[in-house]
Design a protein around this ligand. Structure first.
Ligand code: HSE
Length: 439
């Protein structure tokens, strides 16, 4: 616990138990011990507003916690935080406004709501002295909002280039890599829970445009009017365009571009764009998002991660809940090192496991590979491939032998390399290094 005292219960009302809401409910429980140790808060969802009580759900919520009227959350004096995940801009606007007026902290993932009503809602939040947190509104699990608000706070933002709609990126990736039709790829994205309830918002480009408005507004300090934003969707991108782009060395992405010109005028647009394959954004595939932010002091920074889906998006909501809890408990956002007892041991380096590359210089004679393989086999080390390029044989009768090794511990490898060095057929000290699978 940050201050050594028992975790403080924080009572939360959750409006919306769809894909993301269910993820928040589930993951708060899954990582409760960690969250308590790190934040000193026991996050408790005590009331949940849903549209339809009978709908089958991913998570089991006790019936007594459910209500069909979000006003019950606002009117519940026990609740300190209200999480708005109902989507849309009608009831969500009423709910967020009412929650602020009832002096409750608001956490929302609703990008359409903020893009349309951000100006009024933040003015109301200021007036009520209650914060609104919205990390999950942009780029799913990527903490891009905190990055702009905190990590890059000292920079003039010169530009932002982002792939910020997971559904469109998934569709374009599946069309280009698996040859799927647009319709089939969209259906897959819907089945995986990436798409909005109304996928028109995704494929029309508007979901990304809403997120671009939020990023631009945070970066430039005024709410960008929706009417000033240029938006084009991916529905007209054909398999033929994708193929010709590929031949020309480009990948088609739904790209959001935000930048200020020398006169301080801000450009915000979202449209299908050809991105050169040499640029890191071209390799952002599937439901992944990436945001490249150029700041005048920091230079170029890259944020990458899953931009849609239940778990990544709920990770951002939980981050907001922890920030809100810190305000309630300590009066300020808790930062810095927090000791806790859930881990606490270093792994001995000899027990760490990875793949390995091993290069030997050996005598060019029969039986050499068998000797090397025996040493490795005796230590239970598997070989995944072997290469002995004849063109590298030397006139003195030696030849390099390259081996790729399956998972082995450093201890096993050290012992094996020492034994291999001692073989009469090995004529110089072996060269070896880890091959990282980056998983
Ligand atoms: N439908 C959105 C997307 C979900 O595909 O990116 C995350 O905002």
């Amino acid at each position: 616990m940050p201050n050594g005292s028992p975790p403080r219960p924080i009572k939360i009302g959750l409006a919306g138990l769809g894909n993301v809401g269910a993820g928040v409910f589930k993951n708060i429980q899954k990582n409760a011990a960690l969250i308590q140790q790190r934040t000193g808060a026991d996050l408790q969802i005590v009331q949940v507003a849903v549209r339809d009580l009978g709908k089958p759900r991913d998570v089991e919520v006790p019936a007594e916690m459910l209500t069909t009227d979000w006003r019950d959350l606002v009117n519940n004096p026990e609740l300190q935080i209200i999480v708005e995940l109902i989507g849309g801009t009608g009831q969500a606007f009423e709910l967020v406004s009412a929650a602020l007026k009832a002096r409750k902290i608001v956490v929302t993932g609703n990008k359409a709501l903020l893009a349309e009503h951000g100006k009024e809602l933040f003015a109301l939040a200021e007036q009520c002295g209650m914060p609104i947190y919205f990390e999950s509104a942009v780029a799913g699990g990527i903490p891009i909002i905190q990055a702009l608000q905190e990590g890059l706070v000292g920079n003039h933002i010169q530009s932002i280039h982002g792939i910020i709609n997971g559904t469109c990126n998934y569709i374009l990736t599946r069309m280009s890599q698996a040859g799927l039709t647009y319709e089939a790829a969209l259906q897959e994205a819907q089945e995986k829970g990436f798409a909005e309830a109304d996928p028109y918002l995704d494929v029309s480009g508007w979901d990304a445009a809403h997120k671009a408005i939020i990023l631009a507004s945070l970066s430039y300090g005024f709410w960008i009017p929706q009417a000033d934003v240029y938006v084009e969707g991916i529905d007209k991108v054909s398999a033929t365009d994708i193929e010709f782009a590929r031949r020309l060395g480009y990948t088609i992405k739904l790209l959001s571009v935000i930048r200020a010109d020398a006169q301080g005028r801000v450009e915000v647009r979202t449209q299908p764009s050809m991105v050169p394959n040499s640029h890191v954004l071209a390799s952002v595939s599937g439901s992944f998002n990436a945001v490249v932010v150029q700041g005048d002091i920091v230079g170029e920074t890259l944020f990458y991660g899953r931009g849609a889906g239940q778990d990544p998006t709920s990770s951002s909501v939980i981050s907001d809940l922890c920030d809100a809890a810190a305000i309630l408990i300590y009066g300020f956002r808790h930062t810095g090192f927090v000791p806790h007892g859930l881990y606490g041991k270093s792994k001995p380096i000899d027990e760490t496991v990875s793949h390995y590359y091993l290069r030997l210089l050996v005598k060019d004679e029969p039986g050499v590979l068998a000797q090397v393989a025996t040493v490795l086999g005796q230590r239970n080390i598997g070989i995944s491939s072997v290469m002995q390029p004849e063109d590298l044989a030397s006139e003195t009768g030696t030849i390099p032998l390259f081996l790729m090794i399956h998972d082995a511990s450093l201890g096993q490898m050290r012992a094996a390399v020492e034994a291999i060095s001692g073989l009469g057929c090995v004529t110089e000290a072996p060269s070896w290094m880890r091959v990282e699978t980056l998983g």
